[in-house]
Design a protein around this ligand. Structure first.
Ligand code: PRX
Length: 632
């Protein structure tokens, strides 16, 4: 499965394009299938219908555990590092993790879980979050992990959409100096979720919580007298493994569906090749389990590859801004994978927080989630990698399940701010706005993918039309990523950011419509428009232009802004909190009533030199008012 040289990369890439079925079949053969597939691939992007390893039977947890235990049962699977610097870290071996997973799988069964059920997970960054995911996979239940920073409403929306029957949560989560009362938030969410029969609660913060009779059960009590052995449920390659909700240009997050066989094969293959992970290496991915990176390159791929990984409960700057570097030294981390926003935030705290650490075990650095600017790239390369670690800038998405474009550490070239070359099996193309392919090098346009790869999304849960509409209808016969990209003179890809109404805040995707809907829930708000603007740390910040209801327009501005922020916190969660709010008496609109976001974007960026012709607007005078208020 592993590529060892640049020449081999080109050869493998060529093979993967000329005969994708043969290429992926060879890779899939490295895994344990209870029954081999009848056919490798069936596909049609118009419907879309994408199936890999058809009629293959397997269980992904057998590939993590039974396939490997005889070789390395005693090896550490997870090194867990607490939020609290003085709490001892945990080392969990493969054998121990296996037993935790199978025992908890029995708990789920005892609570009525069956193959095909949807189970929501709303957890802190503790090993039990991974145990919960793998226990679902063990019995064929479909997990839907909801990021612990989301609000009660976001949680209930996701539970309702998936019709989950079990929620797995904790009393609370430690995040830096704060605690998040997960169970209280969950209780509020569950008032609206009649589908939930049982709620399993892990004890972590030991805060006081309410346990509802008949519905709620403590994790540790549920384990008492529960058998450890649990036979894996036989699954079809195309059965669902998980649903993960993500934002798009419309208001409602959609449940991206990944299926078992293709996801397993592609995430493992990409992990081994991009990171060039070797036995004995210690891999540290800082992503939360609530995001796709936490699924693919924390929970699944490193374990499928038999790796040892560090899982960290806390935040980068608590109790001090050297915490990541301290963890790297403490656990002798060789591979470190994080988001540009974290790099920028730590860079801003100054080198005195890096200097006390050796960082000499590091071999490979990675970034994910958003474009990395040249300054952050060089800082990361020089001060963390000491100039000797290749940086893999990995471009991919919730929908792709695995890394699509990235250098392979130490094998293919790196180039600051470029994701560089596609992985084997990935066929990116750049098109113009009409969908014409821009061939050759030195071109810029919209990034699409023209051939299926095993870990591609299969549908959006409960609404296949939406999947078709969002990803496969913009350009006929192509999967549209929503990103703009440039292919340079050497054929290297540089991702330019979203070309749709999605903003990428600290590597998290938010639809502008989703944030607007939340703001508009505030009874004092008449209407709003949200755009992204360049932000030094977050990459993009959220700029909200808000028109208040008539009687609220005379109120004190700061009070109004605080009220809007609290509404957004309540509806979505703190990650969607606007960085700037501008109160105005109207929004610039066309004569047909469409909001002119282009103008608002320019104002938010502070560049009003070329606003275009505004005389055709319904209300051109409003532009002056907004410019004045924005101070541009
Ligand atoms: O715009 C791209 C950006 O993040 C989007 C995907 O977001 P999400 O599904 O939340 O997954 C993030 C983790 C994979 C993409 O459409 N993005 C992701 N990685 C990069 C990136 N932009 C530039 N460079 C990257 N390496």
């Amino acid at each position: 499965m592993r590529i060892h040289s640049l020449q081999q990369y080109f050869e493998e890439y060529k093979k993967s394009i000329e005969n994708p079925e043969k290429f992926w079949e060879n890779i899939a053969e490295n895994f344990y299938w209870r029954k081999k597939w009848d056919k490798v691939l069936e596909w049609n992007f118009d419907e879309p219908n994408i199936q890999w390893f058809i009629n293959g039977k397997l269980n992904i947890t057998e590939n993590i555990f039974e396939r490997n235990l005889a070789d390395f049962g005693n090896q550490t699977a997870i090194i867990w590092e607490s939020n609290h610097i003085d709490e001892p870290s945990q080392h969990i071996s493969y054998q121990q993790l296996f037993e935790k997973v199978t025992q908890f799988a029995n708990v789920l069964k005892n609570q009525g879980a069956k193959k095909g059920d949807r189970i929501a997970i709303y957890m802190p960054m503790v090993p039990e979050a991974v145990v919960a995911m793998l226990a679902c996979a063990r019995i064929g239940a479909i997990h839907s992990v909801v990021f612990g920073g989301f609000s009660a409403q976001s949680l209930s929306d996701r539970i309702i959409d998936a019709q989950a029957n079990i929620l797995i949560t904790a009393d609370g989560a430690f995040r830096g100096a704060k605690t998040i009362s997960l169970k209280n938030i969950a209780d509020e969410a569950l008032e609206k979720c009649p589908s939930i029969q049982k709620c399993i609660v892990l004890e972590r913060t030991k805060e006081t919580i309410q346990m509802k009779n008949g519905r709620d059960i403590w994790w540790h009590e549920a384990l008492e007298n529960t058998a450890i052995e649990c036979e894996a449920t036989e699954m079809d390659s195309e059965d669902m493994l998980f649903i993960l909700y993500t934002s798009g240009s419309t208001g409602k997050p959609k449940g991206v569906v990944h299926t078992i066989g293709g996801y397993m094969v592609y995430t493992t293959y990409s992990f081994q090749n991009v990171f060039q992970y070797n036995k004995g290496d210690i891999y540290f991915c800082t992503a939360d389990v609530g995001w796709i990176t936490g699924h693919s390159y924390m929970a699944y791929a490193p374990l499928l590859a038999g790796g040892t990984m560090v899982m960290y409960e806390g935040i980068p700057n608590y109790p001090h801004a050297g915490r990541f570097w301290e963890i790297i030294d403490k656990h002798k981390v060789t591979h470190f994978y994080t988001a540009p926003t974290a790099i920028r935030a730590l860079m801003a705290t100054g080198l005195e927080h890096v200097k006390p650490y050796q960082l000499d075990t590091l071999k490979v650095l990675g970034t994910v989630g958003e474009p990395i600017n040249a300054e952050a790239w060089h800082w990361y390369h020089t001060h963390i990698g000491k100039g000797k670690c290749p940086i893999v800038d990995t471009w991919w998405q919730t929908e792709t399940g695995g890394i699509m474009i990235s250098s392979l550490a130490g094998i293919t070239p790196t180039k600051p701010t470029f994701a560089t070359l596609p992985l084997a099996g990935v066929q990116p193309i750049i098109v113009d706005s009409e969908g014409n392919e821009l061939k050759g090098n030195d071109v810029e346009g919209n990034l699409c993918i023209k051939f299926p790869f095993p870990s591609m999304l299969r549908t959006t849960y409960g609404d296949h039309q939406r999947c078709k509409q969002t990803y496969f209808s913009t350009y006929k016969g192509l999967y549209f990523t929503g990103d703009g990209a440039r292919r340079d003179e050497e054929g290297h890809y540089r991702i330019l950011g979203r070309v749709d109404d999605v903003i990428n805040v600290s590597g998290h995707r938010l639809g502008t419509a989703e944030v607007e809907n939340a703001i508009n829930e505030n009874p004092l708000v008449n209407e709003s428009a949200v755009v992204g603007y360049p932000h030094d740390i977050k990459g993009q910040g959220i700029y909200a232009f808000v028109v208040l209801e008539k009687d609220a327009q005379t109120q004190e501005k700061e009070t109004m802004k605080a009220s809007i922020i609290s509404t957004v916190n309540k509806i979505i969660g703190a990650i969607a909190k606007p960085d700037k709010i501008l109160l105005c008496s109207g929004l610039p609109k066309t004569r047909s009533g469409k909001i002119m976001r282009r103008i608002l974007r320019k104002i938010a960026e502070g560049d009003v030199s070329n606003l275009g012709d505004i005389t055709t607007l319904l209300n051109p005078e409003i532009v002056e008012e907004i410019k004045k208020e924005a101070g541009v």
